[in-house]
Ligand binder design. Structure first.
Ligand code: ADP
Ligand code: ADP
Length: 322
């Protein structure tokens, strides 16, 4: 089957051109390649058109397998080179896709962000994850952020704007990125707009995960996280396969393991009802006005996040499409 695809590609105009140029780069043995390829194509035509018995009675030309392997390598590298050229064009001339995943703590940003990442092929940038990594590494930023984060307060605008400014310059952001947990204040939103306007781009979509405060305590207090990947679990709504419930009716901490890696899950220090009260105050007071800021651009899409995860995901998909 694969060999037939190769033959078809080689026969198509565009691929023939690229094939010829790739073959010419292999100047020392291009003729051998082409002869091998022709032998391969001829051999295949024969295999396809004759009865099984007749084919079985044939002695296969010795170098067909090698010629096919060489041909496959050339075609594969040619296609890869063409894809790279197209990608460069997109990276250079097309605006980046810049999304904000918006919602209170526990709305589902960490649950759905990775799925959007896979779908769109752009990275999710979580300022919370970056700050937690800085705290764990004991960097200057981490030292400044540690106490305020544990209490559920907001880290200073200067710090988070600086983190994002550097992060979006990285290679994996060249087609765009998904912001999770940023911007959280109007000052941050304006700083973001300014840095994007310097390259002629702007926020292209804000997906608001709308959910009443009343359901968030249960979500936040039952959340377990795989630190390395950011995967979110929940003791009731999304338990890991390994979860064992103890005699006290609570999950046994040692049994909480990541489904994919088997590594231990952890609970965040600020995932407590006390810190949540403060985080929600910050959300309503300082973060929600950002929606008004972006609404006039027509980029804000609201999703009902107070339903089963699959339902939320369907609405997100609808909101993402043009
Ligand atoms: P955020 O990143 O917005 O703070 P998460 O995606 O981590 O929120 O979700 C918080 C907790 O709620 C997690 O434990 C997650 O498994 C759970 N959760 C997420 N979406 C839903 C939902 N639609 N219904 C029930 N639980 C959910
Ligand atoms: P949440 O579950 O509240 O969405 P995050 O993981 O996004 O949590 O953030 C955790 C903490 O990190 C916040 O409570 C806050 O202290 C800090 N933080 C994250 N992003 C920002 C930001 N953009 N501005 C200020 N503080 C931030």
């Amino acid at each position: 089957m694969y060999t037939r695809q190769i033959c078809r590609r080689v026969a198509s105009g565009a691929s023939r051109r690229s094939f010829a140029s790739a073959a010419s780069k292999e100047s020392s043995n291009s003729i051998a390649y082409l002869v091998g390829a022709a032998a391969a194509v001829g051999g295949l035509a024969y295999y396809n058109s004759e009865s099984t018995n007749k084919v079985a009675s044939l002695e296969k030309p010795k170098d067909v397998d090698q010629a096919l392997a060489d041909l496959k390598q050339i075609v594969d590298s040619t296609i890869a080179a063409e894809i790279a050229v197209e990608k460069e064009k997109f990276a250079k001339y097309w605006p980046r896709s810049i999304m904000i995943l918006f919602g209170p703590p526990g709305a589902g940003k960490g649950t759905h962000g990775p799925k959007i990442e896979n779908l769109m092929g752009i990275p999710q940038l979580s300022t919370g994850d970056m700050l937690r990594a800085a705290v764990a590494a004991g960097t200057e930023v981490g030292k400044k952020a540690k106490a305020v984060m544990a209490a559920g307060g907001l880290v200073s605008d200067d710090i988070v704007v600086g983190i994002i400014r550097d992060r979006i310059k990285e290679e994996d952001c060249k087609f765009g990125f998904i912001l999770d947990g940023f911007p959280r204040t109007l000052v941050q939103a304006e700083a973001l707009d300014k840095m994007l306007s310097e390259e002629g781009s702007a926020v292209s979509k804000v997906i608001e995960l709308s959910v009443p405060d009343s359901v968030l305590e249960e979500r936040i207090c039952g959340r377990w996280i795989h630190k390395k990947s950011g995967r979110s679990y929940h003791v009731k709504f999304a338990p890991p396969k390994s979860m064992v419930i103890g005699e006290d009716g609570k999950p046994v901490a040692e049994s909480m393991k990541d489904d994919e890696t088997g590594e231990a899950l952890m609970q965040r220090k600020d995932d407590t009802s006390t810190a949540l009260v403060k985080r929600l105050q910050g959300y309503h007071g300082e973060t929600v006005p950002i929606l008004e800021h972006y609404a006039p651009n027509g980029v804000v899409k609201s999703v009902n996040a107070n339903q089963k995860m699959n339902g939320v995901w369907s609405e997100i998909l609808a909101a993402l499409s043009r």
